[in-house]
Ligand binder design. Structure first.
Ligand SMILES: [Zn+2]
Length: 329
């Protein structure tokens, strides 16, 4: 089962979260693999998308927000787009589109940031918007302040959190064919008398009163987590190994707490309605040309096929259109 755990360091302005996606992640990969027209993810693309999925879960779990968090990489290179969407209840879906061959050990730059032209975008799309409200979007480049390409997605997102949220964050991310996992450590925004009085507490002041020291120590511990450990160890073992000298308070999991899971809103019924929307003449001409109508969901790669009989039925008897053997819903 996929899991997400949140914790605090007792008495310190530092919080953390650890996510391990198993079934939720393998379902993303299975949908892609089942699509006979889509290119299977080469391992570097798969691992990048897995890291994005873990990171998006951590970021969604870390904010109080009712809506979708969408993490996108607009690639310049063989990978054109990688996108992950995580809802407030941690329902997630993810996909990547590949335009050219990806080298076996391609780096982040080689996949999506040729000429420093790739971009990473984080969008918060609220479920209920007031009239005219646009989703909030932050965009960061995939290079650092010295224009050097960043080769780790975690560093790109740490940069984003610091730039746009003013939050010191340490992220460790890893993914393979069966697990996508991530650890997030974050320095809590300064609270207390300074802020209540309306005065800004500068980073220098916090250094002076020793608060950064704690964050820095915990961040260094977190950064020592190896990819292999993150992928193979269970949550309890990881937290114990890293933070055994710290006082950690775990948020007790309550029945009904959101658990990360795969979910896509596509269905055979929806695709059927879309075909009806094309009109009978268009549908017939596609059948005449290809022998069937095949539609793939752009968010999860699930393929929906309508043979001539299925397609004809859409137009004859709308009530029948739900029934089919390859409907996954
Ligand atoms: Zn879908």
């Amino acid at each position: 089962m996929s899991e997400l755990h949140k914790f605090l360091f007792d008495g310190l302005p530092v919080r953390g979260a650890l996510v391990r996606l198993t079934d939720a992640w393998t379902q993303v990969l299975q949908r892609r693999a089942s699509n006979s027209n889509a290119i299977a993810y080469p391992p570097p693309v798969r691992d990048m998308l897995g890291e994005m999925t873990a990171a998006a879960c951590l970021m969604q779990a870390n904010i109080k927000f009712d809506g979708a968090l969408v993490l996108q990489i607009f690639g310049h290179g063989p990978v054109k787009l990688a996108v992950v969407e995580v809802q407030s209840d941690l329902a997630l879906r993810a996909t990547a589109s590949i335009g050219a061959e990806v080298a076996e050990r391609a780096t982040l730059s080689q996949m999506v940031n040729e000429g420093n032209l790739g971009r990473c975008a984080i969008t918060l799309d609220p479920n209920t918007k007031f009239p005219g409200q646009q989703p909030y979007q932050g965009v960061v480049p995939l290079f650092d302040d010295q224009a050097q390409p960043i080769e780790k997605l975690s560093a790109v997102l740490e940069h984003y959190m610091l730039q746009s949220e003013q939050l010191d964050t340490t992220l460790v991310l890893a993914a393979d064919a069966s697990v996508a996992a991530g650890l997030l450590i974050q320095r809590l925004p300064m609270a207390g008398s300074g802020n209540l009085a309306g005065s800004m507490v500068s980073k220098e002041n916090e250094d002076a009163i020793g608060l950064n020291e704690h964050y820095n120590r915990i961040a260094i511990l977190a950064s020592s987590l190896k990819r292999e450990e993150l992928l193979t160890l269970d949550v309890e073992t990881i937290l114990r190994r890293l933070f055994w000298e710290e006082k950690l308070t775990r948020f007790a999991s309550v029945k009904g707490d959101p658990v990360p899971r795969f979910s896509c809103s596509c269905s055979r019924e929806r695709v059927g309605r879309m075909i009806v929307g094309l009109g009978a003449t268009e549908a017939e001409s596609i059948i005449a040309e290809r022998g069937e109508i095949e539609v793939a969901c752009e968010f999860c790669s699930q393929q929906y096929r309508f043979d001539p009989v299925d397609a004809a039925q859409l137009f004859i008897d709308p009530l029948q259109r739900v029934a089919s053997a390859d409907d996954v819903q």
